[in-house]
Design a protein around this ligand. Structure first.
Ligand SMILES: Nc1nc2c(ncn2[C@@H]2O[C@H](COP(=O)(O)OP(=O)(O)O)[C@@H](O)[C@H]2O)c(=O)[nH]1
Ligand SMILES: [Mg+2]
Length: 207
């Protein structure tokens, strides 16, 4: 049985507020430091190799990418934050754009933060968590590249990350993941489906 994520289709990219798509349906946003495997995770979830670009030169794209799902909801690929090699002024503009999306977008139903399991909870992640906390946006943490660590260390890092998240007054969950080995994909899909269904207003139309 195929998941609905398999039918995700690229909708549009935005670099400014003016080019954001209309606020229809619900959006789950994917964020992560450059090289954490955000693109790989999206591709893995959607079973599409080329949906989000896997990059060997991190931090170049500063677009928010939108992907449509068949039910009218969306997956959103948020760019890295503050890493691109561009003039300071442009960097500032991008950061403000990302911040405004994270703080003002009305359609957000959940946030997925991708972390490299070997480097969890860095500055970037704390920025995202603070924004999520401010608006009580439920957050799911993906500890990616779990194939790089021994089983015991994977378990320990999941537990330590859960503990570290207690500093936030926010509904969070944490899971180990490997986009390389396709470990944890159904847990991620289930979390997304829960958010989408919890937030959906079911319109009853009478025959
Ligand atoms: N070992 C391992 N490598 C991964 C995994 N996920 C991504 N990578 C590698 O990490 C690098 C960055 O991946 P990418 O998806 O472009 O990261 P992004 O910058 O966060 O979008 C690439 O070389 C990927 O092949 C994983 O689960 N395990
Ligand atoms: Mg990427």
């Amino acid at each position: 049985m195929g998941s609905i994520y398999r039918n995700a289709r690229f909708l549009t990219s935005s670099t400014t507020r003016n080019t954001l798509p209309e606020e229809t349906g619900l959006e789950v946003v994917f964020a992560g430091r450059s090289n954490s495997g955000k693109s790989s995770t999206l591709n893995c979830l959607c079973e599409q190799k080329g949906l989000a670009r896997v990059s060997k030169t991190p931090g170049r794209t500063q677009l928010i990418n939108f992907f449509d799902l068949p039910d009218g909801n969306r997956l959103v690929d948020l760019p890295g934050y503050g890493y691109a090699k561009v003039p300071e002024k442009i960097k500032k503009e991008w950061q403000q754009f990302i911040e405004s999306y994270m703080t003002e977008r009305t359609t957000l139903a959940g946030l997925v933060i991708i972390m490299d399991i070997r480097h969890p909870m860095r500055d970037y992640d704390h920025i995202m968590l603070s924004w999520a906390e401010a608006r009580q946006l439920p957050t799911h943490i993906i500890l990616n590249k779990s194939d790089k660590l021994k089983h015991g260390l994977v378990t320990r890092t999941v537990l330590e990350t859960r503990k570290a998240l207690k500093e936030y007054d926010l509904p969070t969950s944490v899971q180990a993941f490997s986009s390389l080995k396709k470990i944890g994909v159904s847990d991620l899909a289930n979390q997304l489906s829960t958010w989408f269904s919890e937030n959906n207003v079911i319109e009853v139309t009478e025959e």
